[in-house]
Design a protein around this ligand. Structure first.
Ligand SMILES: [Zn+2]
Ligand SMILES: [Zn+2]
Length: 194
């Protein structure tokens, strides 16, 4: 008679993967019975659906980025540059034009308007924290803006802003690199505050 070497060995028991209450022999199954087996199928399907949805969303994001126009990238960068001016560089400064420290909403306003010169729209000397009233209702409050700007950066840099500028368009890859850089700067400043 041949004796199996496993004959007297106790089967190793593990907890059912679904209910985590009943024990099952590890060599036989991962769930304890019919009910838990059904539940496992359901859970697996949910996981699969969630994964598929995530993949679709990622694909959609890639497609959307690829279809983005130059002007949209410029808009994305502008938002970040303005935010950086408002919440990092000028965070402790009052409105550049009227000097107020209170407003319904802090904004970042251009001295030379974006519409007037596209190349100055990302130049930091040209962007400063402003109150909502000066930026929007007073269309930048330019005369008072200039007075304060001369004090802040000096007449030479103000006159440079006012001088002629070539209109060289920044390429999309360059805009993307700047977007990444400003995101990093804003994140860094957030951490320093905490
Ligand atoms: Zn179970
Ligand atoms: Zn103001």
């Amino acid at each position: 008679m041949i004796r199996s070497p496993f004959r007297n060995a106790k089967p190793k028991l593990i907890l059912c993967k679904v209910c985590k209450v009943n024990r099952v022999a590890k060599a036989m199954a991962t769930v304890c019975g019919y009910e838990c087996a059904l539940k496992k199928v359901e859970l697996d399907n949910l996981k699969k659906a969630a994964k598929r949805e995530q993949e679709e969303r990622a694909a959609h994001r890639v497609k959307k980025q690829a279809a983005k126009k130059h002007g949209e990238w410029e808009g994305d960068l502008q938002k970040l540059v303005n935010k950086w001016v408002r919440v990092v560089r000028d965070v402790n400064e009052p409105c550049i034009s009227c000097g107020t420290t209170k407003t319904v909403q802090w904004e970042a306003g251009h001295y030379i308007a974006v519409g007037a010169n596209n190349t100055l729209r990302f130049v930091l000397d040209n962007i400063h924290k402003q109150c909502h009233r000066c930026n929007v209702q007073l269309s930048s409050n330019a005369i008072m803006y200039r007075v304060a700007l001369v004090k802040k950066i000096g007449v030479e840099r103000v006159e440079w802003l006012e001088g002629p500028h070539a209109t060289n368009k920044i390429s999309i890859p360059e805009l993307q690199a700047e977007i990444a850089r400003y995101k990093g700067l804003i994140k860094l400043a957030d951490k320093e505050v905490v």
